[in-house]
Design a protein around this ligand. Structure first.
Ligand SMILES: CC(C)(COP(=O)(O)OP(=O)(O)OC[C@H]1O[C@@H](n2cnc3c(N)ncnc32)[C@H](O)[C@@H]1OP(=O)(O)O)[C@@H](O)C(=O)NCCC(=O)NCCS
Length: 170
């Protein structure tokens, strides 16, 4: 199911055959530098299963990003429910794209489309992004879609806090 469209992209629900193209994203060390590291084929298949469960459980989740002209899956951008971020529930806007597509504005375009879907269709009132302060590209995407730094959050097992960027529905 398509949830959002942008000038050059559309975003749709993940399906069972997406795990191969998604491996190009999750299997690339540079793409996974800020995250949990390179993942295996099995992990990606399990991730696809978790996405399908999240649509059922939460009513939203991660969406795959498809480049319209080539009909090519280039990554994901979507919504993640966190029951406790510094003591309150939050919805995170998260994104990760194949390295070959970086620097062409796709990250910003996808994040804008998901932000609009979250506010205008799902009627959410607030979104956050939790970003390693060294992840300049991700910070810029957050800023370019109107998010602003609010605070830090420290998750168990992490060595340094993430920065929490926030946008409220206007
Ligand atoms: C974050 C990510 C999705 C951005 O995608 P993208 O398509 O390259 O982003 P855009 O082309 O829309 O660029 C957005 C801004 O970031 C800047 N940018 C992109 N890559 C950059 C880099 N490596 N270093 C510094 N700035 C960078 C761009 O110049 C642009 O800013 P500008 O308009 O002021 O020039 C992509 O880099 C990625 O998938 N990274 C790995 C996964 C990840 O870290 N995800 C976030 C986890 S919190």
């Amino acid at each position: 199911m398509v949830v959002a469209t942008a000038k050059r992209l559309f975003l749709r629900h993940v399906h069972i055959l997406d795990s191969e193209p998604l491996y190009r994203v999750f299997g690339d060390a540079e793409v996974m530098r800020f995250g949990d590291g390179v993942q295996t084929h099995d992990w990606v298949r399990a991730w696809v299963g978790r996405c399908l469960a999240q649509y059922q459980q939460w009513g939203f989740g991660p969406y795959v990003v498809v480049e319209q002209q080539r009909r090519e899956l280039i990554g994901y951008c979507g919504l993640f429910y966190f029951p406790d971020v510094n003591g309150q529930p939050e919805v995170e806007l998260g994104y990760r794209l194949a390295r070959s597509t970086w620097g062409q504005g796709y990250g910003t375009e996808a994040a804008q489309a998901v932000r609009n879907y979250a506010f205008n269709v799902l009627c959410l009132s607030r979104l956050i992004a939790m970003i390693d302060p060294q992840n300049t590209a991700s910070l810029r995407v957050a800023e370019k879609i109107g998010m602003r730094y609010e605070t830090e959050v420290m998750f168990a097992g992490y060595t340094r806090p993430d920065h929490v960027y926030v946008i409220a529905r206007s």
